[in-house]
Design a protein around this ligand. Sequence first.
Ligand SMILES: Nc1ncnc2c1ncn2[C@@H]1O[C@H](COP(=O)(O)OP(=O)(O)OP(=O)(O)O)[C@@H](O)[C@H]1O
Ligand SMILES: [Mg+2]
Length: 330
Amino acid sequence: MGRESSKQTILEIRDLEVQFATEDGAVRAVDGVSLSIGEAETLALVGESGCGKSVTALSIARLVPEPPSRVTGGSIMLEGVNTLAMNSRELRSLRGAKVAYVFQEPGSALNPVFRVGDQIGEAIRLHRDLRGGAVAAEVLRLLKLVGIPAPEARMREYPHQLSGGMQQRVMIAMALASRPRLLVADEPTTALDVTIQAQILSLLLDLKERLGMAMLLITHNLGVVAQVADRVAVMYAGRIVEEAPVEALLRLPRHPYTRGLLDSIPKLGLGAERLSTIGGSVPHPGEMPPGCKFAPRCSIARAECHLAEPALEEIEPGRKVRCPFWKSVS
Ligand SMILES: Nc1ncnc2c1ncn2[C@@H]1O[C@H](COP(=O)(O)OP(=O)(O)OP(=O)(O)O)[C@@H](O)[C@H]1O
Ligand SMILES: [Mg+2]
């Protein structure tokens, strides 16, 4: 299913490079990443721990601490404005307003000493021209929007009085308070119980449809991707290795790494013994192999894969893969 090109581009990341200063010198955590997200579109960013998903996402609003990090290349256009060129005042007004974040641990992101309604109200006052009773009405509307039952009572409670799922709904309400153009959800369900995960996911899906927001959804769970995303970008060792519309990617992955990720999803009705994992581990950023970064773990790697890194190539419209042997992936 192709995306209509008439849709406005909300986010356009080009050739992003982010380095970290470490004791062993500078290491590149994000290396030449390009991504774009259109209006009302959800792009999922997937890949194993440490591949650079959060650093990529946090770079949009320059939330990676500098130092130790440094953006060494690329551009990040959010509604046509390069956030990498913004000064600190411009960044402060960008954060929350145009791009809002929802993270894994809702409990630690909420302030324990303020009532949840006051925290949402503060986010509203910070970004919008509402005051007094209009703020309270908006708090109620947002709590209803994110599916919190009895919102009039809940808004007067403190974070510890809410369950993890309800806390995450409050975080989502706070993120929506400014009516952002882009919502970044970084592992929004990982810290929650399985049944609650499904509820938060269906909330995100519902919000995306009702509000027409652009969303960058970070997860290492491809099951989550299938439910919520329009397109998927797969990262490995700081690079994009595959990008495709969600149905195409799940039906027929073209990069051996994506194949490996898909094979490690538990399948209904099959025992755990059928579950395979990708052998080996992600290379440390300071010890990158010279050729394809996945070659040491790849079952179809040839001698040349260890010598030079393949380019990310467009193999059909909307579909890119960083593997010249993608036809051998099945
Ligand atoms: N403060 C830091 N100092 C040094 N290196 C860092 C720092 N933060 C991140 N990195 C490095 O950047 C790389 C990318 O990290 P990132 O947090 O983006 O991974 P991720 O894909 O989000 O992983 P996860 O799934 O575990 O959240 C990692 O290899 C990590 O070691
Ligand atoms: Mg992360």
